[in-house]
Design a protein around this ligand. Structure first.
Ligand code: ZN
Length: 69
């Protein structure tokens, strides 16, 4: 899973958000094969939520399995 700056301008995928996307989460490992487009506002909210559970320095080496993401 990688996150990149969005190159195409579509609507943010977060429900209830009408902003244009700024970032895209490219995901080829999940069952569905779809990109998730998020605006900078939503992705920072998402990051804030994730950081409640995952602190970057505590990421375990298991995430490195299978090459770079
Ligand atoms: Zn949004």
């Amino acid at each position: 899973m990688i996150v990149e700056k969005a190159t195409k301008k579509v609507k943010c995928d977060a429900s209830g958000c009408n902003n244009k996307c700024d970032y895209v989460i490219i995901n080829k490992r999940f069952v569905f094969d779809g990109n998730i487009y998020l605006c900078s506002n939503c992705i920072s909210m998402l990051y804030g939520e994730i950081s409640k559970f995952i602190v970057p320095k505590s990421i375990k080496p298991i995430y490195k399995k299978g090459g770079k993401e």
